[in-house]
Design a protein around this ligand. Sequence first.
Ligand code: GLY
Length: 342
Amino acid sequence: METAEIRRRFLNHFEREGHTVVPSASLVSPDPTLLFTVAGMVPFIPYLTGRETPPYKRAASVQKCVRTLDIDEVGKTTRHGTFFQMNGNFSFGDYFKEGAIAYAWDLITKPQSDGGYGFDPDKIWVTVYQQDDEAAALWNRVADIPYERIQRRGKKDNYWHTGQPGPGGPCSEIYVDRGPEYGRDGGPIVDEDRFLEIWNLVFMQEAVTEVKAKDDFRVVGDLPNKNIDTGMGLERVAFLLQGVENMYEIDQMMPVIERAAELSGKKYGRHAKGDPGYDDDVRMRVIADHVRSALMLIGDGVAPSNEARGYVVRRLLRRSVRAMRLLGVDEPVADVTLAQVL
Ligand code: GLY
């Protein structure tokens, strides 16, 4: 299934359930505490905190996001991208845990012929926050997931906030088992390559401050409403539904890998770590990711520079050029010049 179709199905599903479809906001975060839009919820922060009254109770979006924290993992794992699209549904004091779980389950398991994604229910695992008995019971009752496939994790994995003071809450993550050929048994707490996280449902109900790390922050109190904020990795769902091996090989990214291979005369080949050819594969995946992120940032008005946002663009471009050089390409190869896109 094409990435564009996965996106369409997501928005159609939630529109049918009374959500207002909201276009993606800019990658330049509307929230002054954040450099970039790091999640689908960022444009909705004023509604989640209660600072502003939302014009709707339910919303859905496909949000452009940039996160550079894991930049060194790009190309080496199946799933780390500096640019990605996040499908999200949001409830501002409307439905809560049960609704979020029911809507998510319906979309991922509904047959493709009925507009869903058609994942096999027996391959779905979920995690819930350590003390969240309610979410565990709902997964069991609403989705019929046996308790053996409902795992519990602490704050580091199952509590979500932006990394800045603001809204936060316990979360529940949905994983797809890719099969024993991809890793060890035992669910996501054992192996997150085999069990790939596709969707995070955040039960956004608290205000946090003094955020020092994912699991080091202070809860100041309850938000005015119990809200829902979810984030589904569009590229991750695409790589599972397109039967490829990682997010860089999906329909929206593979053409860049193919072009890097063509320009360098190297063959892209999914070589295993340690094999000749592996480093070149990583370089082509890095190029596919970084070129996309840099272009999307430039498209949202961020020019390369030596500080803040501009420095990130500069770093992404320099890393792409370096990867091309290591593939043996020393000459400029862009089909358009930067001056044309700025
Ligand atoms: N806001 C939910 C997520 O980014 O996972």
